[in-house]
Design a protein around this ligand. Structure first.
Ligand code: SF4
Ligand code: FE
Length: 484
């Protein structure tokens, strides 16, 4: 089976024996849990869209490993066109879910691992690249969702992994056996791990020789013994638990949840290890993964932005403010900002290049500029959306009051905008804006835009490194006719 349907994906998750905790309880059935289900629905969309003929070209491609048709989320990019299509696919998925659809982290990890393992083997004569290709074939052929896990808890940020007072604050090898290793540690902010079949672990920082046991990369099934997930609390998440909740949730069908994921002495077989102790390659893996994921945001956040701009425009239509020139101008500004992010995503893809292993990587400077803009523009887009929506977005009574016999008719009457639009539609669009700017989806659209794929300072370091100031100085000297 090279492509799963959305339904097959859901059924495949039911077969996993995941250890998930939330709100102080073990969740026996994460697939049907009302808080987790919307997150799963977002990943399901990556399978559903791949089945639709109109999206076939974006959502599917031919495997470079097997020649079979696969979902693009499992693809090794073999051209700049592939990189561009990846961004377009992510914009599409963002438009269809208005949430984080989670599957990109695995895709970005595959491409970073592919080129890095090749270069480690070249330096050390190891066989990581072949092992990784074998693993990826398995992922592609079974159309699996893989959580790419990078961020360690990091403890004292001023200390390297091996200098922490608690040695587990970065994930590490605690035991070596002939057939594999045992690892201990945690990965924070794991987007979509509760909806993933596999987890692909990478180090989170460049490492020094003394950090050898921390320079480990591997993949295991998410229900491997010793792995457990503690789902993160999100603003307004408990609205999903209210019986019959619909309008108040803002986005009833889709969402994205993250989890603190614990690796409590997890065994990893040798064939699933892709880096072990080659400390100088940890930085390369981190840099490449982060680069791909910074490109990703030029697609997914733009798709969510499209929904938010549309919602703000509808809010103005529904209250009759749509003709006001300042409202039109705000919508123009939102569009300008959103398309600037897209332009960055496309640009770093178009300027991509071939790595030694043969796959394609983005232009790292432009990918970091892309992500740096993502740390700012969604906030401004959200601010303008709130400006257009008006204060009623946060003071509006609940759906239960709207359905109540006594209060409902008053809400219907006094929250009406223009006469031709039902009050309920106005409430729905305002709640959607609330969801993206302040509610559960704000985790992805706002704070993840800041900190996901590395916090802003990480991009500034890369921009400094890639900016080639020396070349710019030489240009200035030439124009100014300075000889030395
Ligand atoms: Fe994909 Fe965006 Fe979610 Fe990252 S934040 S996994 S790029 S949808
Ligand atoms: Fe992310």
């Amino acid at each position: 089976m090279a492509l799963m349907t959305g339904e097959q994906y859901v059924e495949s998750l039911r077969k996993l024996n995941l250890n998930v905790y939330m709100f102080g309880e073990k969740i026996e059935n994460p697939v049907d849990n009302p808080v987790i289900r919307p997150s799963m629905n977002s990943v399901k969309m990556t399978y559903d869209l791949a089945q639709m003929p109109e999206y076939e070209d974006l959502m599917t491609t031919t495997s470079t490993l097997t020649g079979n048709k696969i979902n693009r989320f499992g693809h090794i990019h073999s051209s700049t066109e592939d990189l561009i299509k990846k961004v377009k696919m992510q914009r599409l998925c963002g438009q269809k879910t208005a949430a984080c659809f989670q599957r990109c982290v695995g895709m970005d990890a595959f491409n970073a691992e592919y080129s890095t393992t090749y270069e480690i083997d070249k330096a050390y004569g190891t066989d990581y690249h072949e092992k990784f290709k074998k693993y990826l074939k398995y992922v592609q052929e079974n159309d699996l969702t893989v959580d790419g896990a990078m961020t360690d808890p990091k403890g004292d940020r001023g200390l390297s992994p091996s200098k922490q007072s608690d040695p587990d604050l970065y994930l590490r090898v605690v035991e070596r056996r002939p057939d594999g290793v045992v690892v201990r540690g945690a990965k924070a902010h794991q987007t979509g791990i509760c909806n993933s079949h596999e987890v692909l672990v990478m180090p989170t920082v460049a490492m020094r020789p003394e950090d050898k046991d921390y320079a480990i990369s591997f993949a295991v099934p998410t229900d491997t013994e010793g792995i457990f997930m503690i789902v993160g609390r999100q603003s307004c998440d408990s609205r999903k638990l209210e019986a019959g909740a619909d309008i108040d949730v803002g986005n009833k069908v889709f969402g994205g949840v993250e989890a603190l994921t614990i690796f409590d002495d997890v065994f990893v077989p040798n064939e699933r290890i892709f880096l072990d102790g080659e400390t100088e390659f940890a930085g390369m893996l981190v840099e490449r993964f982060a680069g791909y994921h910074r490109q990703s945001y030029g697609g997914c956040k733009v798709g969510v932005g499209d929904v938010l701009i549309g919602a703000a425009a509808l809010a103005a239509d529904y209250n009759g403010a749509n003709k006001a020139s300042h409202v039109k101008d705000k919508l123009i500004e939102m569009t300008h900002l959103n398309e600037t992010l897209y332009a960055c995503g496309i640009a770093c893809s178009a300027e991509g290049y071939k790595t030694e292993s043969g796959n394609y990587i983005i232009d790292l400077l432009l990918a970091n500029v892309c992500k740096q803009n993502v740390t700012r523009f969604p906030y401004e887009i959200a601010r303008l959306a709130e400006d257009i929506a008006g204060g009623i977005m946060v003071t509006m009574p609940s759906e239960k009051d709207y359905r109540n016999e006594k209060t409902g008719p008053y809400i219907e009457k006094y929250l009406k905008g223009i006469a031709s639009v039902p009050t309920e539609n106005r409430m729905r669009i305002l709640r959607l804006i609330e969801n993206i700017t302040l509610g559960t989806a704000a985790v992805g659209y706002r704070t993840e835009s800041m900190h996901g794929a590395g916090s802003p300072q990480a991009q500034r370091i890369m921009i400094a490194r890639q900016g080639n100031l020396g070349h710019k100085k030489a240009l200035a000297k030439a124009i100014a006719r300075i000889k030395e």
